[in-house]
Design a protein around this ligand. Structure first.
Ligand SMILES: *Cc1c(COP(=O)(O)O)cnc(C)c1O
Length: 466
């Protein structure tokens, strides 16, 4: 592709993206293609000859688009949001244009130093302790994996790094913790048998006394408690594990405390929500995802640590070909996580934070929370619906309850969700809390306004009662 063609298509695609976001509401929020339907339309063999981009773009529109779920749709209430924003998209374009591989300071000093700066901006925005430093990872799952490795090395005096895991190390998380914890213990040498699921209270938050008991029992049996993962904003219901007592237990027992705030962390940029991190000064590490609720394109996950030297020691490698003359005076993020090669993710964060300003971001998050409370009030006021978990952030867990048995209610709500997603232009997902099947209404798309939330409620009522 020559420069003129690049410009022509570049302008055209920017126009397309702008119009897409402007009119995304007119798309069906999810794709209704059948499994295999897209694959069948893609040639089995790659093309031998060059193809004009017009034809590729036409296939993008005709084959790819119908098979996409539209995450930026204002009626996207499923999972958690993955909002992008115009400044973030433009920064991604610049990042792609630079095509830099930012593994060490020398391979792009600005990428490393900007990352250090925006990570500290985020630390301040979230009210995290001074002295915590951080790094941008791809996802929270990766960050939690890193935390499990740090905890393992911290518990074994970095012996596992050298000899493999020979001790029986134990990890604790609430029943509501993200499945990334389970995946992490599978692949970091702890083993699933050594993951303890701690019971939760009526608000689905970890019960600290049960944690303390589990730790004591393991100690008595000669096992080594190594890591507690506390979740601030669980995936199912945005429940908030109490960090103050959990942190105290971790300090008393010398256990690594990792805080998973993948979704909820963004809310802490609001002064009135910073209490969700009460006790965070006891944490050894913390992750939150700007790629969920903070208008930054997937992927972008912020991983903070209290003692960066423990992280670096656990991950550092020194092959000759990666040595540079400045290694002792700069941060080389290759040693702060799993991957060597690193994308320049700091740029989009920088663009987002500067374009909106902290106040602009606060306004958007605050409005989402207001809409969630509003939706909660409608559900609570209805005779045959109920709110099933506390609503502190942008997520409402609710269900239809007409007084049938629990089993029948689960079945009823399952069918309701299927109808909503199959027959209407809104998209919700579900969770099971305890043994209760609930619908999740996650409000956090940048484009979601009150009218979309109101329409969603009307739609749910129409589907439920005909
Ligand atoms: C979304 C979520 C994750 C996983 O996030 P990824 O970045 O997709 O790995 C982890 N923990 C919690 C609490 C989440 O809500």
């Amino acid at each position: 592709m020559n420069k003129d063609a690049f410009k022509k298509y570049g302008y055209q695609f920017i126009d397309w993206v702008a119009d897409y976001l402007d009119g995304v509401e007119d798309f069906p929020v999810t794709s209704h293609v059948a499994p295999g339907e897209i694959r069948r339309q893609i040639p089995i063999h790659p093309p031998d000859r060059e193809e004009p981009l017009d034809r590729v773009f036409k296939d993008f529109c005709e084959i790819v688009l119908p098979g996409m779920a539209h995450w930026q749709h204002p009626s996207w209430f499923a999972y958690f949001p993955a909002s992008n924003s115009p400044p973030s998209i433009l920064a991604e374009l610049l990042t792609a244009g630079l095509g830099a591989q930012c593994m060490v300071w020398q391979t792009s000093p600005a990428a490393q130093e900007l990352e250090e700066s925006v990570i500290d901006w985020l630390r301040q925005m979230l009210g995290l302790p001074e002295g915590m430093s951080g790094v941008i990872q791809d996802t929270a799952s990766t960050a939690t994996l890193c935390a499990l490795v740090c905890a393992r090395e911290s518990a074994t005096g970095f012996r596992s790094n050298e000899q493999g895991v020979t001790d029986r190390l134990v990890v604790y998380a609430s029943k509501e913790a993200h499945s990334g914890v389970e995946k992490g213990v599978k692949i970091t040498g702890y083993g699933r048998e050594n993951l303890r699921y701690i019971p939760v209270d009526a608000s689905f938050a970890m019960i600290p006394e049960a944690l303390a008991q589990a730790i004591a029992a393991d100690r008595q049996n000669g096992l080594i408690p190594a890591c507690v993962v506390a979740t601030v904003g669980t995936t199912a219901s945005a429940a908030l594990d109490p960090l103050v007592p959990i942190g105290r237990i971790c300090r008393e027992n010398d256990i690594w405390l990792h805080v998973d705030a993948a979704y909820a962390g963004t809310a802490a940029i609001l002064p009135e929500k910073q209490w969700i991190f009460n006790g965070v000064e006891q944490a050894d590490s913390l992750v939150f995802n700007p790629h969920k609720w903070m208008l930054t394109n997937f992927d972008c996950s912020a991983y903070f640590v209290r003692d960066e030297s423990a992280l670096i020691r656990a991950f550092e490698i020194q092959p000759e070909y990666l040595k540079t003359p400045v290694d002792t005076s700069v941060k080389n993020y290759r040693d702060w996580g799993i991957q060597l090669g690193r994308r320049f993710r700091a740029l989009k964060l920088w663009f987002v934070i500067r374009s909106y300003g902290v106040e602009g971001l606060q306004r958007i998050i605050r409005e989402h929370i207001r809409l969630a409370k509003l939706f909660e009030s409608w559900v609570a006021a209805h005779a045959h619906f109920e709110v099933v978990a506390p609503v502190d952030l942008g997520l409402v867990c609710f269900r239809l309850n007409n007084g049938q048995s629990e089993d029948a209610l689960n079945d009823l709500n399952k069918k309701l969700l299927k109808k909503i997603n199959g027959q209407t232009d809104i998209f919700l997902t579900h969770a099971v809390l305890g043994s209760t099947y609930v619908l999740r209404m996650a409000i956090g798309s940048r484009l979601t306004k009150e009218r979309h939330v109101a329409k969603a409620w009307q739609t749910i009522l129409r589907v439920a009662f005909g």
